[in-house]
Each structure stands twice: as structure tokens, then as C-alpha cells.
Design a protein around this ligand. Structure first.
Ligand SMILES: Nc1ncnc2c1ncn2[C@@H]1O[C@H](COP(=O)(O)OP(=O)(O)OP(=O)(O)O)[C@@H](O)[C@H]1O
Length: 117
């Protein structure tokens, strides 16, 4: 019984990820970026710690985008009308994604640039 519920929770989580990839343009961009960074990592030859950083940043970016999409849907479910709080909620969630994206880009440059130049 409990095992069935446990397995189901993974299935539902997978459905959420698939829905996000299908419907969210930004998620596709993040996934493509992740593949490009992973290929660049293989080509460059990162060490174990560098790979750990890159994997944490990629996973964090994708997870944050999923949360952002979930929040957008929740807001749209609560109100179909324009509301300043709805705007603030969506814009703050988008801001969180932007903060993490910029942070990831800076750390990525700190990892890759010294190896290339
Ligand atoms: N219900 C709402 N009330 C007020 N502002 C909103 C609402 N929904 C979205 N916004 C704001 O409108 C701007 C554009 O948002 P977004 O790109 O998500 O498009 P949208 O207005 O939700 O339309 P769409 O359904 O095409 O995505 C953002 O600043 C967002 O915060």
C-alpha cells in the first residue's frame, strides 16, 4: 500500500516535469542550456568538484523553473483578473529564477574561462 503511494508520488512528479517541458518555453531553453553546458564540461575536462558545482547549478535551475511554473499556474487558478498581488507574486518568482540564472552564469564563467584562456 505504502509502496504504491511512494511509487505514485514519483509518477506524479515525473508528470509535472514532462508537462513543464512540453508547455514552458523557458524550460526548453534551460534544458538545452544544460545539455550545452554538460557537453562543454566533457570537452573541457572538469574535475570532480567542478562537475559537482555544475550539476548542482543545473539541477537548481531546473527545479526553480518548475516552482516558477507551478506558482504561475496557482496564481492563474486563484484569479483570472488583473491584480497587483498576482503581478507581484509572478514577478517575484520570475525574479528568483533570474537571480539563480545570473549566479549560475557567473560561477560557470569562473569555472570555464580559466580553462579556456
Ligand atoms: N493576473 C495578473 N494580474 C496582474 N498582473 C499579471 C497577472 N498575470 C500576469 N501578470 C503580469 O503580466 C506580466 C506578463 O506576464 P506573463 O508573461 O506571464 O503573461 P500573462 O499576462 O500571464 O499572459 P499569458 O497568459 O499569455 O502568459 C508580468 O509582469 C506578470 O506578472
Amino acid at each position: 500500500m505504502k509502496l504504491t503511494r511512494f511509487v505514485s508520488s514519483f509518477r506524479f512528479a515525473a508528470q509535472g516535469i514532462v508537462t513543464s517541458v512540453k508547455r514552458e518555453q523557458n524550460m526548453k531553453v534551460h534544458l538545452l542550456s544544460a545539455v550545452i553546458v554538460a557537453l562543454a564540461g566533457l570537452w573541457t575536462g572538469l574535475d570532480r568538484l567542478e562537475w559537482m558545482l555544475v550539476i548542482v547549478l543545473i539541477g537548481g535551475m531546473l527545479a526553480l523553473e518548475l516552482i516558477n511554473s507551478a506558482l504561475e499556474r496557482t496564481v492563474d487558478l486563484v484569479t483570472e483578473e488583473r491584480h497587483p498581488l498576482a503581478k507581484q507574486a509572478k514577478d517575484m518568482a520570475a525574479g528568483a529564477v533570474l537571480v539563480f540564472a545570473v549566479t549560475s552564469a557567473i560561477i560557470g564563467l569562473l569555472i570555464f574561462l580559466p580553462k579556456w584562456f
